[in-house]
Design a binder for this molecule. Sequence first.
Ligand code: GUN
Length: 284
Amino acid sequence: MTAELIDGNALSKQLRQDVAARAAALRARGTTPGLAVVLVGDNPASQVYVRNKVKACEDSGLHSVLEKYNADLSEADLLARVDALNHDPAIHGILVQLPLPAHIDAQKVIEAISPAKDVDGFHIASAGALMTGAPGFWPCTPYGCMKMLESIGYDLRGKHAVVIGRSNIVGKPMALMLLQKNATVTICHSGTKDLKAMTLQADVIVAAVGKRNVLTADMVKPGAVVLDVGMNRDDAGKLCGDVDFDGVKAVASHLTPVPGGVGPMTITMLLVNTMEAAERSASS
Ligand code: GUN
């Protein structure tokens, strides 16, 4: 079997066209959806990420504001900025880029964002909403993974999904989303005794560890669907995921490439969440 690749760029393009149409419709009713992106310090990767987020907004007809601060910004000053954005009617989504400098308590800053504007889905209220099935914003990366499964018409009911990784941003919310779609879900992590025994039972595997070759062909049941959330570099410096792509491609039915898989979906779902926040605000 050679896996069919799930093209995150193509799916993103489609979803972003939908966002652009919704943004145009909302603008026609007098509201321009707005996202504020806050960057503290000069982490080079963060600078690339926020630039891409701002550009994606522009391309889809969303208003965006990029607020850049020096690494020595105090926690109190950052909290004051978040508070101002919470009260700014032109801003519907607030994203504080992580990581933050060590002297700032990131969780405290996230909790200061109004849940109505928490388009990252990192607020404890958003996590609680996801856990209980209440309306709220879902974290963008696992939400993008769900859209990828939807794009291939995959019915999760009764399927066994194995999530490798238990971060608050990907692994845990991913497991809850899969559960909500009636999958039987196993979360594996660094303490898991026999990872291969788990993954071999899986109909769907999501690899979200941040380490190369966490999942190899011998660990995958023939015909399984494999989503690769990893973003690593191989020995030659080439971008790669957590999955041994060439090996697993020969066993899985569907597989996401790196780059061009889950990566572009993360920003796309940020646009979707911002759009949703603006629509909710306009109709409230
Ligand atoms: N840093 C890396 N990815 C993300 C993300 O999705 N959101 C935020 N706020 N920071 C990040």
